[in-house]
Structure formats: C-alpha cells, structure tokens
Design a protein around this ligand. Structure first.
Ligand code: B12
Ligand code: SF4
Length: 452
C-alpha cells in the first residue's frame, strides 16, 4: 500500500488563531486519494512534526506559513520523498514554490489531485497541476485532529467581487461555484461539533441564484434537524437587503456574521475597490448593524488600517467609530499586500514593500506585520496607532460592556459568553497581557461553551 502524508505546517511564535480552524483543503486532498493509499495527516497546530517513511508528502500553506512548509519540504526531499504544495501561496507564486518543492498544485485540488496520483503511480510526476473549481468529494473529516473546537464547512467557493487587497478572485479566477445543497446537508450530518464555521468568502454570493440557494440551504438545515450553531462571512451590501435570508439563516442556527466593513469613509472604500459597501455613495453601517441585531445575529466586524487615504487622525477616528458602534466582536488589521493581489503590484511598482527577503519575510504577512511604507504616516506611527487601538478595543472594561450589550441584543447567554471569549482571545493575540494560566483557562472555557 502506498503512503501519503498530509501536513498542515504552522509557523511557530506567531498568533495562534488558526488552532480553531480545520485544514479543509487537506481533507479534500485526502478524500480525492484512492482507497488503495494509506493517508495520514500531521497537523502542526497540535502535533510535533514526525519524519515518517512515506511515498509522497503533500502540504497546504497560507503566505505566513509557507516558510515553514519550505523547511519541512527540505527535510523530506533530503530523504528523496517527493513533496507537493497546494493552497493559496503556492497558487499565487508557483515559480517561487517550485524552488522548494517538487510539484505545485494551482487552485483547487479537484481535477488536479486525481491526475497527480495517476502520474505519481506511473513515475511521471509533473512540476505543476491546475485544478478545476468544483465540488467532487466531501473532505475526509476523520483525518482532522479531535482538538479543533469547531468544525469548518464550505458551501461555495470563490467570489465575483474584486477587492484590491484580496487574493480569492485571483486564485479562483473570478469564478464562484456552489456546492449542491444535498451535498452540504450530508456533510453537516457527518459533523459532530455543535459549532460550525461556514468558510465561504461571500455566503450570499453576488447573484440572485446564490441568494435563492442560500435560502434553500437554510431551509434544508431546518428540515433535516441539523441543529448546529453556525457563523459565516457575508458582504455588507447583500446583507442590508436580505430580510428573508436573515430570517431563515437565524432559524437554521446562525448566531454571527463576519462583515468586512474595512473602512468608514467613501474615499477608503473606493481605494479598496469596495464601493459595494456603500449605498448611494454613503457609508451607512449603522443600518446594517441594526438590521442584523434585529434578527438577534451578532456581528464580527473587520476593518483595515493603513490605506493611502488614511491619516493618523482618520485612523483614530475609525477606532472611535468602532468603539461607539454596536459591533460585538471588532477586528482591526493592517492592510496587507498579499502576493498576487493588485495592491501588491501597486506597492511593488512604487517601491513601497519593505519586507522583501523571501521566503523568510513571508512570516510577517499575517495579523501583526507591517510590510509596506504607508502613504501618510511612518511605519512606527501606524504601529503605535494599532497598539493604542488594540488597547482601547480590548481593554477588560470594553470587553465586559460589549458582552453585556451582546447579551441584551441577542438575548442569548451562550452567544454573549462565546463572543466574550473571542474578544478575550483577540486581547491575548494583540495585547499579550494574559498570563499563561489564564490563557489555559480561557481555552478550556471557550471549548466548553463551543460544545453546548
Ligand atoms: C478559514 C480561513 C482562515 C482560518 C484558518 C483556516 C485554516 N485551515 O487554518 C483563520 C481565520 C485562522 C485564517 C487565518 C488567516 N488567513 Co485565512 N482564510 C480562511 C478562508 C476564509 C477559508 C479557508 C478554507 O478553509 N477554505 C476552504 C478550503 C477547501 O480551501 P483551501 O484550504 O484554500 O483549499 C483549496 C485549494 O487552495 C487547494 N489546496 C489547498 N491546500 C492544498 C494542498 C494540496 C496538496 C493540494 C493538491 C491542493 C490544496 O485545494 C482546496 C480546494 O480543493 C480563506 C478564504 C478562502 N476562500 O479559502 C482565507 C484565506 C485563505 N486566509 C487568508 C489569510 C491572508 C489569512 C491570514 C494570513 C490573515 C491575517 N491577516 O493574518 C491568517 C493566517 C493564519 C495566521 N496567521 O494565524 C487569505 C490567504 C492569502 C494568502 N496569500 O495566503 C485568504 C485566501 C483570504 C483572503 N481573502 O485573501 N484564515
Ligand atoms: S468580497 Fe471578500 S472574498 Fe470577495 S473579493 Fe472582496 S474581500 Fe475578497
């Protein structure tokens, strides 16, 4: 029997938010592998890397974890075991990846992995494969570590929008495909976790057919008595119009939506090519927030700092606006020029990318790094603004008051506790003031709530 080793590489010494999210891509690769193969997954979120005697190694990697993937590849390649890399970073920079691994899979695993296995068995492994954006197999959930406190599921892939900072449309070539509802339901039936994260970038999609499908999916979750608590991403514009959708979403178990607000100004949204967050050239987030709260859905709101239209004054004002908003779980991050995005190209052309010693510097392309020269402030100023904003957003008083507000809005103690633990987790990541003993307690506590 041939042996395939899947590895989820994790860069150590960086914030550990990823320990909540199962590596779905590797689960799909496992599912596409013929039964005649023995498949094992080493997940560095929870396990130490082992050097095993296998026939083939396959890894996934986000940009900030790719350096670790290359390190692991070197170890296995030294033993003459071929290494394949897939996922976002390798899809965006296949030439770079090919310097460190034997084969790169660009885009989806589907349509590429099956051929790769045939070629491998025939001693004819190619350098690159390209997948097709489709749903063929359910991820092999038995491969995932039991330590993940919530399950992840995909119901659509890709996005038709074109935000300047985002790599999704590049990797999936501006397509968006829907997973058939019956396949999603049968996947939900295999999930034992009580809490589920729907990873789709834009749950309601862009087309009317996407919305109709979303409603039928929520109805089927109810008809099939799936009975999970779930959260997912939605775009501000689609959610503002969607009473029927919100009604069924909440009935089917939705307790939170992540909304990419990004900026609070018209100029900022235009810069990001995210005009669709505005209504008639006006940024009116309050009505969107109120609408979700009317349905007792809590809000995880994302904002970007450091755009060319941002000044120190404007950023302090953004923080003030977030503090005064009713967002239940605010998340702010520095604009990040990921490879393959339009913003990366623009900054590179202007000589503004400052972390360029690749692959080592890819580790900074995560929540905490500042990798470019901002236009209206220095990197130091931006870093100070971030630090001050984190302190304001995640001080214990703010977190506590936010939890009370969430409780009043959602009338759900579990949601309020869960969001409080998420806010504390962000405090831990960004301010780093939690003692190890409390950190352990926090982990246990959030696991306990997630189980119910
Ligand atoms: C869930 C998620 C997370 C989770 C973690 C998920 C995990 N498994 O670890 C969390 C919230 C922690 C997270 C964190 C981050 N994320 Co994230 N995340 C996602 C999201 C929304 C879904 C991922 C997912 O499960 N998709 C479904 C699975 C099936 O897709 P997939 O893993 O990509 O796999 C498919 C293909 O890539 C391919 N494939 C993948 N691996 C392999 C391996 C092999 C061998 C093969 C053949 C194929 C293959 O096949 C799969 C389909 O068949 C994506 C957006 C998206 N559309 O994917 C962003 C996304 C992947 N994240 C992104 C980023 C930038 C980040 C952060 C760096 C954010 C930040 N600023 O810090 C951090 C990095 C981690 C850290 N520092 O802790 C970017 C990646 C850009 C890049 N260049 O790497 C994305 C694309 C979002 C975006 N809009 O740009 N993320
Ligand atoms: S809407 Fe979201 S997933 Fe789509 S391009 Fe914009 S940021 Fe990316």
């Amino acid at each position: 029997m041939k042996k395939l080793l899947l590895i989820n590489p994790v860069e150590k010494n960086r914030p550990k938010l990823h320990i909540y999210f199962q590596p779905l891509g590797l689960g799909i690769v496992g599912a596409l592998t013929p039964n005649s193969w023995d498949v094992r997954l080493i997940d560095e979120n929870f396990e130490e890397l082992e050097i095993l005697d296998v026939d083939l190694v396959a890894m996934t990697a986000f940009t900030p974890f790719v350096k670790r993937a290359y390190e692991i590849a070197a170890i296995y390649r030294q033993k003459n075991i071929p290494v394949v890399l897939g996922g976002f970073h390798a899809s965006l920079l296949p030439e770079e990846a090919l310097n460190f691994v034997d084969t790169v899979v660009i885009g989806s695993a589907e349509g590429a992995w099956e051929q790769l296995i045939i070629d491998f068995e025939n001693n004819n492994l190619k350098r690159t494969y390209k997948g097709t954006n489709s749903f063929i197999a359910k991820p092999r959930r038995d491969l995932f570590s039991k330590n993940y406190p919530l399950a992840s599921i995909e119901t659509l892939r890709g996005c038709l929008n074109n935000c300047e900072f985002c790599s999704v449309s590049t990797v999936y070539e501006h397509q968006s495909v829907l997973k058939p509802v019956d396949l999603v339901i049968s996947e939900f039936k295999e999930i034992s976790h009580k809490h589920v994260f729907i990873v789709d970038d834009n749950m309601f999609g862009n087309r009317d057919s996407d919305r109709i499908r979303a409603i039928s999916l929520y109805k089927e979750l109810i008809n099939n008595k799936i009975n999970k608590n779930w959260w997912g991403y939605a775009s501000v514009n689609s959610i503002a119009k969607e009473d029927e959708l919100l009604y069924w979403a909440v009935k089917s178990g939705c307790y939170m939506f992540f909304l990419g607000f990004e900026a609070d100004t018209v100029t900022g949204l235009k810069e990001l090519n995210k005009r669709f967050n505005m209504e008639k050239e006006i940024v009116n987030y309050k009505s969107v927030i109120d609408k979700l709260h009317k349905y007792r859905i809590s809000i995880f709101g994302g904002f970007i700092y450091g755009m060319d239209t941002d000044t120190p004054l404007a950023l302090n004002e953004r923080t003030r606006q977030i503090m005064n908003s009713n967002i239940d779980l605010p998340s702010i991050s520095v604009l990040m020029p990921y490879p393959g995005t339009k913003i990366y190209k623009r900054f590179k052309d202007d000589n503004r990318i400052t972390k360029t010693t690749y692959p080592d510097d890819w580790i900074y392309y995560d929540y905490r790094g500042i990798t470019f020269t901002p236009k209206n402030m220095t990197q130091k100023e931006l870093s100070e603004i971030m630090a001050n904003s984190y302190k304001k957003l995640y001080n214990l008083r703010s977190i506590f008051l936010r939890a009370i507000r969430t409780l009043m809005i959602t009338c759900n103690i579990k949601t309020a506790l869960l969001l409080m633990s998420d806010n504390l987790m962000y405090r831990d990541i960004h301010i780093n003031v939690i003692e190890p003993a409390y950190r352990k307690l926090l982990k246990k506590y959030s696991k306990l709530i997630l189980k119910r």
